[in-house]
Unconditional design. Sequence first.
Length: 219
Amino acid sequence: MPQISPVVANLYRQMGSAPIGYIDETYSVDPHHGLQFYVMVAVVVKADQRDLLRDEIRKIAGTHFWHTTDQIRDRQGYLRTRELLTYLGDPEGQEICVVSHVEAIEPGDIDGEEARARCFTGLIGYLASDKCPAGPISALLLERRRERTQANRDADTRAKAIANGLAPPKLRLLQVTPSDENLLWLPDLVCSAYRQHIARNDTDLFNAIRAMTVVIGPE
């Protein structure tokens, strides 16, 4: 198996053949920047596709570190980004993308945390339901944020979603970094493509994955 962190490997052993949702976000909450939004993306990957997918995206990227926002700043990185998205969006593939999109950022929500909670709640509710094309998802890998308080808020959002009946108590949430599992590059890629689409009306990247993407609103 390609190298992943022990905590991720342990989750995979526990989940067996169940698919996993890999989650990242993109946002603009500063009222001085015009368009405000909060977006969270999940890319759902089946267990038997993980190793192949990880190997292929590493090969295309040509690196063990990837951040799409940095890559698309120059032509070569942009072309690699498009190639990765084209690979992800291959009609023969089995992955799906789910985008939870919130535009209404409340005036007092200066850091976007309330919008994030609504966005994440909607994403959890969809992924844990029969609406999800891959069937109900029972384990999520979320890119961990830097501050412990932020990580605690995300864990609290999961707990509230369960308490409100939007997801079963067995729903697992593991917060790790892309270095722990490079498959977290996938939602990062989709976030950037979707951001270009909604913020710049540039559909070049998003078109590569449009057919496999479901866009939902807040719960």
